[in-house]
Each structure stands twice: as C-alpha cells, then as structure tokens.
Design a protein around this ligand. Structure first.
Ligand code: SF4
Ligand code: SF4
Length: 301
C-alpha cells in the first residue's frame, strides 16, 4: 500500500507540471497537431497494445524466448518507420524540447512513456520501442552462439557513460545551442533517408553500424550506453509500481538467473538493492530460475 501511494504521488508530481505545460502548449501557435489527436492516434493505440501484451506476458510468467523474439520483430516492423512513423523518436522527444521548445508530439511521447514506466516498469522501452526491439532481435539471433557472447559490462560503467553523454548534451545546448544527439541518434535509421550533411552522414553511419554489430554480443548497447530516454525511464523505473521480484525464502543463491539473463539487473535483484539497473522485461531471469523464486508483479511483496 505504501508503494502504491508513493507511485501515485510520483505520478501526480509528474502530471501536474506536465498538464500545466500541456495547457500552455494548447494555447501556443506552431506546436504541431492537437494533443488529443496525438493521444488517440493509431501509433499510441498500438503502442499501448504492445505495452499491455508485454506486461501481461511477463506478469503471468509466459514471456518465452521465441515469443519474445516474435514480439521484438513485430515491434520493429510496426514502429520502425515503415508502417508507423517513428517521429518523434524517444531520443528526439527527450532532447528536442530543449532546442525547439515543448511541441505537442514531444509532450505526448514524454507523458505516455513516463506514465507507463511508472505503472509497468520499462514496458515501453522493453516492448514497443523500435530501436530497442531491433537491438534485442539481433541479440537473440541463433547464429551468434551464447558462448561467443562477451561478458556483461558493469552497469556502473554503462550508466556513467549514459549520464556523461547526457551531461555533455546539456553543456552544448546551454553554451552553443546545438544537440550532440543529432550526431549519434540511432533512431535516424528509422527515417530511412540519407542525410545531406557529410558530417552527419559519417557520425550516424558509424553509430548505427556499431550499435547493430555490438547488439549481436551485448544486450541493447544503445539503451544502456547512450539513450537519453533510456536514462529517463531508468530513473522512473526506480519508482515504478511493478518490477521483477525475488522470493528470498525460495532462492538458493545458485546464480543460474545471473548467467541466463542478458541484462546487468539481476545481481541487484538478488542483493535486493533499492536502485537497480534497467530491466527491459525480457523474462529470461524468471524463466531460468529452477526454484520459482523470481516473478514480475506489484513491488513490495
Ligand atoms: S533478465 Fe533482466 S531484463 Fe530480463 S526480466 Fe530479468 S531483470 Fe528484466
Ligand atoms: S536462479 Fe532462482 S534460486 Fe538461483 S539465484 Fe536466481 S533467483 Fe535464486
């Protein structure tokens, strides 16, 4: 009950300033399509469907590997700019408001992702983000044998890089008015166009190729090392109503889940740390535990 109150308070704390911003946005000119036409669009309807399906599957313990791979492929095909426009991408929604001001498409994306993260952990990043889905789909490709996979990078290192890049972004925005994320935005891939600017073309090609190649060996590299939306949802995740839970009485500390999981979060779950690494709801740790000691549900069991 305490957790529910804490999460509702957090939700309120976020929604009050956001609704004030929304009221301002509705009055402003040139803020893009209206808020209701965005909220009730096919894109957000389908995104919500993916979030619900992903959350229900892990909640009932049915997030099997093959199902997960199919879900990732589907999310990439639907939200990857071919069927549904990626605009604004998670990177654009978190960074462009500091350059262009708060336009309605950014606001809707931020409110939507923020709200579902507070309720269902990183369910947006984990099930409906096309960038995350493509990286994870590549990670599970069968021709990259598990034995060939590199060790996990400690979360304190990947998170320090992610925080450092975001700090650099703010320094450049405040001093020069430019966004470094324009040069490293993996989601540019989903615009399916070639940038005219040679420097942009070079940096984006390097980043996109690197992310795609590294994804075969390391779980979601862009999410853990660079994504500003990933950083924002990691912060919100710490307050989320739901998460992977450990039944300490059942756990024998065998460590099978740590080895089976692709993410750096499971060590923190076993140590019952308050602040954990990002969990993308893949279900691998839950599936692997022979003692049934892990599940996904309302936090504070
Ligand atoms: S393995 Fe990691 S990402 Fe997957 S459900 Fe467990 S904690 Fe979350
Ligand atoms: S696999 Fe299960 S029993 Fe083994 S350490 Fe993980 S949670 Fe505990």
């Amino acid at each position: 009950m305490r957790q529910l109150i804490k999460t509702l308070l957090t939700l309120l704390l976020i929604l009050v300033p956001v609704s004030l911003l929304a009221a301002d946005a509705m009055q402003g000119q040139g803020r893009g399509p209206s808020l209701d036409s965005l909220f009730f669009s096919t894109k957000y309807g389908l995104t919500l469907l993916f979030v619900i399906v992903g959350t229900v599957l892990i909640w009932v313990g049915q997030m099997k590997r093959q199902l997960r791979i199919a879900l990732m492929l589907l999310a990439f095909l639907i939200f990857g700019g071919i069927l549904i426009s990626v605009h604004p991408s998670p990177v654009c929604a978190t960074t462009k408001p500091f350059i262009q001001g708060m336009r309605n498409p950014f606001l809707v994306m931020l409110v939507f992702v923020g709200a579902v993260t507070l309720l269902f952990n990183k369910s947006y990043c984990g099930t409906a983000c096309p960038g995350g889905a493509l990286q994870e789909f590549i990670y599970w490709l069968p021709f990259v044998k598990k034995g060939n996979r590199k060790e996990k990078v400690p979360f304190r290192i990947s998170n320090a890089v992610r925080i450092g890049v975001t700090a650099l972004f703010f320094i450049f925005v405040l001093t020069a008015g430019i966004s470094i994320f324009e040069y490293i935005n993996f989601f540019e891939l989903f615009h399916w166009t070639i940038p005219g600017n040679a420097l942009l073309l070079l940096t984006l090609t390097v980043v996109i190729v690197l992310v795609l190649v590294v994804s075969a060996f390391y779980y979601r590299p862009f999410c853990y090392f660079l994504c500003p939306m990933g950083l924002a949802t990691w912060i919100l995740e710490q307050f989320s109503l739901s998460r992977v839970r450990l039944d300490r009485e059942k756990c024998t500390d065998c460590g099978i889940c740590v080895h089976a999981s692709p993410c750096p979060a499971v060590e923190g779950i076993l140590e019952e740390k308050v602040i954990r690494a990002d969990c993308h709801l893949c279900g691998e740790c839950i599936e692997s535990c022979p003692e049934d000691a892990l599940d996904f549900g309302i936090r504070g069991r």
